[in-house]
Design a protein around this ligand. Structure first.
Ligand SMILES: [Zn+2]
Length: 249
Protein backbone atom coordinates (compact mmCIF):
# COMPACT_ATOMS: atom_id res chain seq x y z
CA UNK A 1 0.00 0.00 0.00
CA UNK A 2 3.00 2.27 -0.38
CA UNK A 3 2.15 5.62 -1.93
CA UNK A 4 -1.58 5.48 -1.09
CA UNK A 5 -2.98 7.80 1.52
CA UNK A 6 -6.17 5.84 2.09
CA UNK A 7 -6.65 2.11 1.78
CA UNK A 8 -10.03 0.46 1.25
CA UNK A 9 -9.83 -3.25 1.97
CA UNK A 10 -11.48 -6.26 3.55
CA UNK A 11 -9.70 -7.08 6.82
CA UNK A 12 -9.78 -9.71 9.55
CA UNK A 13 -9.03 -8.74 13.15
CA UNK A 14 -6.14 -10.77 14.61
CA UNK A 15 -5.30 -8.87 17.78
CA UNK A 16 -6.50 -5.95 19.88
CA UNK A 17 -3.94 -4.01 21.93
CA UNK A 18 -4.85 -1.26 24.38
CA UNK A 19 -3.46 2.11 23.29
CA UNK A 20 -5.27 4.41 25.76
CA UNK A 21 -8.41 4.43 27.92
CA UNK A 22 -10.57 4.70 24.80
CA UNK A 23 -8.42 3.64 21.83
CA UNK A 24 -7.11 0.33 20.50
CA UNK A 25 -4.35 -0.67 18.15
CA UNK A 26 -5.66 -3.42 15.90
CA UNK A 27 -3.50 -5.99 14.18
CA UNK A 28 -5.32 -6.75 10.94
CA UNK A 29 -4.80 -9.01 7.97
CA UNK A 30 -5.82 -7.28 4.73
CA UNK A 31 -7.34 -9.10 1.75
CA UNK A 32 -4.01 -9.13 -0.07
CA UNK A 33 -2.44 -10.87 2.93
CA UNK A 34 -0.54 -7.86 4.25
CA UNK A 35 -0.43 -7.20 7.98
CA UNK A 36 -1.67 -3.76 9.03
CA UNK A 37 -1.50 -2.22 12.49
CA UNK A 38 -4.00 0.60 12.80
CA UNK A 39 -5.58 2.69 15.55
CA UNK A 40 -9.33 2.38 16.13
CA UNK A 41 -10.26 5.55 18.00
CA UNK A 42 -12.92 5.11 20.68
CA UNK A 43 -13.06 1.32 20.15
CA UNK A 44 -12.73 0.62 23.90
CA UNK A 45 -15.83 2.69 24.74
CA UNK A 46 -19.07 0.72 25.13
CA UNK A 47 -21.37 1.23 22.16
CA UNK A 48 -18.64 2.64 19.92
CA UNK A 49 -19.26 1.72 16.26
CA UNK A 50 -15.78 0.18 15.95
CA UNK A 51 -16.22 -1.94 19.10
CA UNK A 52 -18.63 -4.30 17.35
CA UNK A 53 -17.38 -3.92 13.78
CA UNK A 54 -13.72 -4.55 14.59
CA UNK A 55 -13.99 -7.08 17.42
CA UNK A 56 -11.71 -10.14 17.50
CA UNK A 57 -12.10 -12.47 14.45
CA UNK A 58 -14.43 -10.00 12.66
CA UNK A 59 -14.32 -9.97 8.87
CA UNK A 60 -14.95 -6.33 7.94
CA UNK A 61 -14.68 -3.83 5.15
CA UNK A 62 -12.43 -0.98 6.31
CA UNK A 63 -11.11 2.40 5.23
CA UNK A 64 -7.65 2.97 6.63
CA UNK A 65 -5.86 6.33 6.53
CA UNK A 66 -2.09 6.17 6.31
CA UNK A 67 -0.60 8.14 9.17
CA UNK A 68 2.92 9.41 9.64
CA UNK A 69 3.53 6.90 12.42
CA UNK A 70 0.39 4.80 12.81
CA UNK A 71 -2.40 4.06 10.36
CA UNK A 72 -5.93 4.96 11.49
CA UNK A 73 -9.19 3.15 10.78
CA UNK A 74 -11.68 5.77 9.60
CA UNK A 75 -14.63 3.57 8.55
CA UNK A 76 -15.64 -0.06 9.08
CA UNK A 77 -18.63 -2.19 8.14
CA UNK A 78 -19.14 -5.85 8.98
CA UNK A 79 -18.91 -8.56 6.34
CA UNK A 80 -19.11 -11.44 8.85
CA UNK A 81 -19.00 -10.82 12.63
CA UNK A 82 -18.23 -14.51 13.45
CA UNK A 83 -20.24 -14.05 16.67
CA UNK A 84 -20.04 -17.74 17.69
CA UNK A 85 -16.24 -17.58 17.79
CA UNK A 86 -16.46 -15.16 20.74
CA UNK A 87 -19.28 -16.92 22.61
CA UNK A 88 -18.06 -20.51 23.03
CA UNK A 89 -14.83 -21.20 24.95
CA UNK A 90 -13.61 -24.05 22.72
CA UNK A 91 -14.41 -22.15 19.50
CA UNK A 92 -12.76 -19.01 20.91
CA UNK A 93 -9.64 -21.02 21.78
CA UNK A 94 -9.52 -22.41 18.24
CA UNK A 95 -10.11 -18.99 16.68
CA UNK A 96 -7.38 -17.48 18.86
CA UNK A 97 -4.94 -20.13 17.63
CA UNK A 98 -5.89 -19.43 13.99
CA UNK A 99 -5.51 -15.66 14.56
CA UNK A 100 -2.17 -16.04 16.33
CA UNK A 101 -0.74 -18.22 13.58
CA UNK A 102 -2.19 -15.76 11.03
CA UNK A 103 -0.38 -12.93 12.78
CA UNK A 104 2.95 -14.77 12.61
CA UNK A 105 2.53 -15.65 8.93
CA UNK A 106 1.57 -12.25 7.48
CA UNK A 107 3.91 -9.31 7.23
CA UNK A 108 3.80 -5.56 6.59
CA UNK A 109 4.21 -4.70 2.90
CA UNK A 110 4.27 -8.36 1.85
CA UNK A 111 1.34 -9.55 -0.26
CA UNK A 112 0.19 -13.16 0.18
CA UNK A 113 -3.52 -13.49 -0.68
CA UNK A 114 -3.42 -17.26 0.05
CA UNK A 115 -3.02 -16.61 3.78
CA UNK A 116 -6.07 -14.33 3.86
CA UNK A 117 -8.19 -16.77 1.84
CA UNK A 118 -7.32 -19.78 4.00
CA UNK A 119 -7.80 -17.86 7.28
CA UNK A 120 -11.20 -16.65 6.09
CA UNK A 121 -12.17 -20.22 5.16
CA UNK A 122 -10.86 -21.52 8.50
CA UNK A 123 -12.85 -18.98 10.59
CA UNK A 124 -16.03 -19.79 8.65
CA UNK A 125 -15.47 -23.56 8.94
CA UNK A 126 -14.66 -23.29 12.66
CA UNK A 127 -17.95 -21.54 13.36
CA UNK A 128 -19.83 -24.68 12.27
CA UNK A 129 -17.82 -27.14 14.38
CA UNK A 130 -18.80 -28.86 17.61
CA UNK A 131 -16.39 -30.70 19.88
CA UNK A 132 -12.74 -30.23 20.59
CA UNK A 133 -11.57 -33.05 18.28
CA UNK A 134 -12.86 -31.27 15.18
CA UNK A 135 -11.37 -27.98 16.40
CA UNK A 136 -8.01 -29.70 16.99
CA UNK A 137 -8.12 -31.13 13.48
CA UNK A 138 -9.02 -27.82 11.82
CA UNK A 139 -6.29 -25.86 13.65
CA UNK A 140 -3.74 -28.61 12.87
CA UNK A 141 -4.69 -28.59 9.17
CA UNK A 142 -4.59 -24.78 8.99
CA UNK A 143 -1.17 -24.74 10.66
CA UNK A 144 0.44 -27.33 8.38
CA UNK A 145 -1.16 -25.85 5.22
CA UNK A 146 -0.10 -22.25 5.91
CA UNK A 147 3.43 -23.20 6.97
CA UNK A 148 3.84 -25.55 3.98
CA UNK A 149 2.72 -22.69 1.70
CA UNK A 150 5.36 -20.44 3.23
CA UNK A 151 8.15 -22.96 2.73
CA UNK A 152 7.99 -25.22 5.78
CA UNK A 153 6.47 -28.36 4.26
CA UNK A 154 7.19 -31.50 6.30
CA UNK A 155 8.76 -34.48 4.55
CA UNK A 156 6.31 -37.34 5.11
CA UNK A 157 7.31 -39.90 2.45
CA UNK A 158 10.80 -40.90 3.62
CA UNK A 159 13.22 -40.61 6.49
CA UNK A 160 14.60 -37.08 6.67
CA UNK A 161 17.88 -38.47 7.94
CA UNK A 162 18.65 -41.49 5.70
CA UNK A 163 15.99 -41.45 2.96
CA UNK A 164 14.46 -44.82 3.91
CA UNK A 165 10.79 -44.94 2.76
CA UNK A 166 9.61 -47.11 5.71
CA UNK A 167 8.94 -44.39 8.29
CA UNK A 168 7.29 -44.63 11.70
CA UNK A 169 8.39 -41.53 13.65
CA UNK A 170 7.95 -37.75 13.32
CA UNK A 171 10.26 -34.99 14.48
CA UNK A 172 9.47 -31.30 13.91
CA UNK A 173 13.10 -30.43 14.52
CA UNK A 174 14.26 -32.90 11.84
CA UNK A 175 11.69 -31.63 9.31
CA UNK A 176 9.32 -34.60 9.14
CA UNK A 177 9.31 -38.38 9.31
CA UNK A 178 12.09 -40.71 10.43
CA UNK A 179 12.71 -44.44 10.15
CA UNK A 180 12.81 -46.40 13.42
CA UNK A 181 16.58 -46.75 13.26
CA UNK A 182 17.35 -43.02 12.84
CA UNK A 183 14.63 -42.08 15.37
CA UNK A 184 16.64 -43.78 18.12
CA UNK A 185 19.24 -41.02 17.74
CA UNK A 186 16.70 -38.14 17.86
CA UNK A 187 15.33 -37.04 21.22
CA UNK A 188 11.68 -36.09 21.24
CA UNK A 189 10.72 -37.99 18.06
CA UNK A 190 7.10 -39.22 18.19
CA UNK A 191 6.19 -42.74 17.09
CA UNK A 192 3.40 -42.81 14.47
CA UNK A 193 1.03 -45.62 13.54
CA UNK A 194 0.34 -45.99 9.80
CA UNK A 195 -3.15 -44.57 10.48
CA UNK A 196 -1.72 -41.52 12.24
CA UNK A 197 0.74 -40.96 9.37
CA UNK A 198 -2.17 -41.17 6.92
CA UNK A 199 -4.13 -38.56 8.88
CA UNK A 200 -1.05 -36.33 9.06
CA UNK A 201 -0.63 -36.45 5.26
CA UNK A 202 -4.34 -35.70 4.83
CA UNK A 203 -3.95 -32.47 6.84
CA UNK A 204 -1.75 -31.17 4.02
CA UNK A 205 -3.60 -32.54 1.03
CA UNK A 206 -7.33 -32.53 1.85
CA UNK A 207 -9.74 -29.61 2.00
CA UNK A 208 -11.14 -28.64 5.42
CA UNK A 209 -14.59 -29.93 4.46
CA UNK A 210 -13.25 -33.37 3.44
CA UNK A 211 -11.01 -33.69 6.50
CA UNK A 212 -13.78 -32.91 8.93
CA UNK A 213 -16.33 -35.44 7.65
CA UNK A 214 -14.03 -38.40 8.38
CA UNK A 215 -14.60 -39.47 12.01
CA UNK A 216 -11.56 -39.12 14.25
CA UNK A 217 -10.98 -40.25 17.83
CA UNK A 218 -10.11 -37.70 20.47
CA UNK A 219 -6.59 -39.03 21.08
CA UNK A 220 -5.61 -38.90 17.40
CA UNK A 221 -7.00 -35.35 17.00
CA UNK A 222 -5.08 -34.17 20.08
CA UNK A 223 -1.92 -35.87 18.81
CA UNK A 224 -2.17 -34.21 15.37
CA UNK A 225 -2.78 -30.85 17.03
CA UNK A 226 0.30 -31.32 19.24
CA UNK A 227 2.41 -32.16 16.14
CA UNK A 228 1.14 -28.98 14.43
CA UNK A 229 1.99 -26.97 17.56
CA UNK A 230 5.53 -28.41 17.60
CA UNK A 231 5.91 -27.81 13.86
CA UNK A 232 4.88 -24.14 14.18
CA UNK A 233 7.00 -23.52 17.28
CA UNK A 234 10.06 -25.11 15.67
CA UNK A 235 9.82 -23.23 12.37
CA UNK A 236 8.47 -19.84 13.49
CA UNK A 237 10.86 -19.96 16.44
CA UNK A 238 8.34 -18.50 18.85
CA UNK A 239 6.00 -19.48 21.67
CA UNK A 240 2.37 -19.67 20.56
CA UNK A 241 0.37 -18.88 23.68
CA UNK A 242 -3.03 -19.61 22.21
CA UNK A 243 -1.82 -23.08 21.15
CA UNK A 244 -0.56 -23.65 24.70
CA UNK A 245 -4.00 -22.61 26.00
CA UNK A 246 -5.71 -25.02 23.58
CA UNK A 247 -3.50 -27.88 24.76
CA UNK A 248 -4.78 -27.28 28.28
CA UNK A 249 -8.47 -27.66 27.30
ZN1 LIG B 1 16.48 -43.15 8.63
Amino acid sequence: MAGRRTLHTEVMVLRKTKLSESDLILTLMAADGEQIRAVAKGARKPGNRFASRLDMFCDSDALIAKGRNLDIVTEASLIDPHVKLREDLDLMAGASALAELGEYTCYENVEDPFVFAILKAAFSTLEGLTGLSQIDLLVAAFTFKVLAHQGWRPELERCTSCGEPDVSFFSARMGGTLCASCAREISGAHELTPQQLGRLKALLTERFSTLLVTPIDKGTARFLFSLAHEWATAHLDTRLRSFEFMRGL
